[in-house]
Design a protein around this ligand. Sequence first.
Ligand SMILES: CC(C)(COP(=O)(O)OP(=O)(O)OC[C@H]1O[C@@H](n2cnc3c(N)ncnc32)[C@H](O)[C@@H]1OP(=O)(O)O)[C@@H](O)C(=O)NCCC(=O)NCCS
Length: 181
Amino acid sequence: MDGEHVRLRKLERADLPLLHRWYNDADVMAWARFSPDHMRSLEALEKEYAQELSGEEDERATFVIEDRASGTPIGSCVMRTWDRKHVNTTVGILLEKDRWGQGYGTEAMVLLLRIAFDHQGWHRADLWTLAENERAIRSFEKAGFRLVGVEREATYSDGRYKDVALMEQLKAEWDARTRTP
Ligand SMILES: CC(C)(COP(=O)(O)OP(=O)(O)OC[C@H]1O[C@@H](n2cnc3c(N)ncnc32)[C@H](O)[C@@H]1OP(=O)(O)O)[C@@H](O)C(=O)NCCC(=O)NCCS
């Protein structure tokens, strides 16, 4: 799936060392997983993604985000689709840190939503992020999400409890924004 600057493609086995690098970057994890200590070994990742890589996973789809100009992988995003009634999908995204703040994340999220809403027909998408993650919240708003509310002191890192924001977007809102009359 191509955007102007980024491309989404399915995760391949050869990407696991990259994921391993991002999942062991304390700065990335501090925002993406709410805590810098959220590290995983390559072996654990190989186990975690084995089913998805063999096409047997139907509750999660992971995509690699590439910079189209160079073909370089710059991050990943995910759709979690455990809702059997096909109502809600939960999404997530991370970029390696030298790519933050240049528009790639918003564009990649819009491509992910195109898959979720235009191709798979999900009714609603949601996501959680640290309430203090202003860059992410701004990016998600640009991609059409709205803040539902804040769960107070729902996570803990750096010696303090932190608020977590829930954001949502309905397919009807996506359609209204993206469909030409
Ligand atoms: C969240 C993430 C995917 C966003 O992608 P991105 O490419 O960095 O975002 P964009 O550049 O498209 O948009 C960021 C917006 O936030 C603004 N911004 C950047 N830093 C900011 C800050 N400290 N405070 C407020 N706004 C900020 C930018 O100006 C931009 O808004 P604008 O276009 O209106 O000027 C990326 O930053 C990332 O991977 N961060 C680490 C992991 C993470 O936080 N994941 C999401 C948590 S679930």
